[in-house]
Design a protein around this ligand. Structure first.
Ligand SMILES: Cc1cc2nc3c(=O)[nH]c(=O)nc-3n(C[C@H](O)[C@H](O)[C@H](O)COP(=O)(O)OP(=O)(O)OC[C@H]3O[C@@H](n4cnc5c(N)ncnc54)[C@H](O)[C@@H]3O)c2cc1C
Ligand SMILES: C=Cc1c2[nH]c(c1C)Cc1[nH]c(c(CCC(=O)O)c1C)Cc1[nH]c(c(C)c1CCC(=O)O)Cc1[nH]c(c(C)c1C=C)C2
Length: 439
């Protein structure tokens, strides 16, 4: 899908109708001032989960065939908490003495092993990387995946000092905004009353009504060619002329529509890999969870294909069935291990995925009953992987664009962060850079 805003004397084409493309178009249409989500009429829909909520306080890892609750109080850092073999405070204290790396990038596993010890890297951080990127911490870049970790060491020589003293730019928070409210109320996470999909739906509706945007729904971009005034964008439903393109397409998708004159940018875009995740939603009769929390993660040493389980009913009971007590879970599988564990995504059956997911729920949570409902979503190439060197690769892409005066901006999850917040921020940044900081 493509949507574009016509600014005075300028047509800007936004490629990609995900959160990235919609947010970019939203900021374009709201020029000259930056918008706030509540102007979408969603403020009353937000379901915040604070840090004090049990779903945020209780974090679990499934290791050595057991569910282990992670330390969440200082007292728990002072004693040995399984599955770890020594008090975590020892790892944290010795981190202060570790010298700074001179490398301009490092794998997450190497970085954490060096600064906090191999056990934390093998168990906790391996699980965390599977819970965010569905990726392998031995391949992922610490600089691109967890910039605050990298910046803390570079600027303060230590993670702990970086956390205590600060190590990155102070974000500009608009007064009275939802972001300011989330800080004031200590939100750990959020959702929306009608599901997160109501965010893209509301964005699309806003754009439709803005009068500035022409939405091309279900119209894939086939090719883009340079023209005298910018670009000709060839879609399934016609051709659009644009002075500038902001791409919120997955990097590989952009690489396949750019003209061959854009090499080596095309090759660099193709090198941004993504992984496939099987998302299995399960619903059980009654209250079946042995623990309360957001969910649990599984390190690759325990089960390579089973990334973790989300206890959806705990943080967002509002989404539970009104007619009775059920428990909703989401099992995440595959990621960087998909092909190895399940084979080619096009060949795997839903039955096999459901069987694997229900077996994990039985094994990890002791659930003996069968689910009363299930749904399988095979999310193909859905989470970009920021491997070692990703930062330099993205810098080189943007250098090529500047050096060749290409009227092209790169946004979306392939470059500067994979979360919804990252993607929205990347859209806002692209619009600020294009239209000036007054946006
Ligand atoms: C299973 C899963 C769970 C997640 N959980 C969380 C979470 O809890 N918290 C969080 O912050 N983030 C989460 N994320 C990440 C977040 O959802 C994504 O990073 C974000 O939605 C990416 O948005 P995007 O617009 O960059 O990319 P996309 O959503 O991939 O959008 C790209 C769009 O481009 C379109 N497109 C592709 N090719 C073409 C073409 N040739 N022409 C036109 N259009 C094209 C696609 O159809 C798509 O609509 C999760 C992601 C997944 C997969
Ligand atoms: C791009 C894909 C993302 C997925 N989840 C997130 C993103 C950005 C958001 C996210 N998920 C977790 C964290 C770390 C939070 C924390 O523990 O401080 C973030 C920012 C971890 C996580 N992910 C899942 C679970 C059950 C957990 C543990 C949460 C906790 O214990 O508090 C589920 C899950 N979400 C994604 C994947 C691949 C996954 C796998 C189990 C996608």
């Amino acid at each position: 899908m493509i949507c574009f805003c016509s600014q005075p004397m300028r047509t800007i084409a936004v490629l990609g109708g995900g959160i990235g493309g919609l947010a970019t178009s939203y900021y374009l249409c709201r020029n000259p001032q930056v918008t706030k989500v509540e102007e979408l009429g969603l403020e009353g829909e937000v379901l915040p989960v604070t840090y004090s909520h049990i779903a945020s306080k209780n974090r679990y890892l499934y290791v050595n065939g057991q569910l282990h609750k992670m330390p969440s109080r200082i007292s728990e850092l002072l004693r040995t908490v399984p599955p770890f073999s020594r008090p975590l405070l020892l790892s944290v204290a010795s981190e202060l003495l570790v010298t700074k790396s001179k490398e301009d990038d490092e794998s997450i596993h190497s970085f954490v092993s060096r600064r906090l010890g191999k056990e934390l890297a093998d168990i906790a951080v391996d699980s965390l990387c599977r819970g965010v990127f569905a990726g392998d911490c031995r391949k992922l870049s610490v600089r691109s995946c967890f910039p605050p970790f990298y910046d803390a060491e570079q600027r303060r020589g230590s993670l702990i000092l970086g956390m205590l003293l600060g190590s990155g730019p102070t974000p500009v928070i608009s007064p009275g905004s939802l972001a300011q409210r989330s800080i004031k109320e200590s939100w750990a996470q959020w959702s929306l009353r009608r599901g997160v999909e109501s965010l893209p739906e509301s964005l699309a509706e806003y754009l439709q009504q803005s009068g500035k945007v022409q939405l091309h729904r279900e119209a894939a971009v086939k090719q883009i060619h340079p023209s005298a005034s910018g670009w000709k964008v060839h879609l399934e439903d016609g051709v659009v002329s644009a002075d500038h393109i902001i791409s919120a397409l997955p990097a590989k998708a952009l690489s396949s529509v750019l003209p061959s004159s854009c090499q080596p940018l095309i090759q660099q875009l193709q090198d941004v890999s993504s992984v496939t995740v099987a998302v299995i939603n399960l619903e059980y009769e009654g209250s079946i969870l042995p623990v309360m929390g957001f969910g649990h993660l599984v390190p690759s040493s325990e089960d390579r294909g089973l990334l973790g389980v989300v206890y959806d009913s705990i943080p967002f009971p509002q989404h539970n069935r009104p007619d009775g007590q059920t428990t909703r879970l989401t099992v995440m599988m595959g990621g960087a291990w998909f092909q190895e564990v399940f084979g080619p995504p096009e060949a795997v059956t839903e039955e096999h995925l459901i069987a694997r997911a229900t077996e994990a729920v039985q094994c990890h949570l002791g659930v003996t009953t069968a689910p009363i409902w299930s749904r399988v979503a095979l999310q193909r190439d859905c989470i970009p992987q920021y491997y070692l060197g990703h930062f330099s690769k993205v810098e080189s892409m943007r250098h090529f664009i500047r050096e060749n005066n290409l009227p092209l901006s790169l946004t979306g999850s392939s470059y500067d962060g994979v979360s919804v917040n990252d993607v929205i921020f990347s859209g806002r940044t692209a619009v600020q850079e294009l239209l000036g900081t007054g946006v």
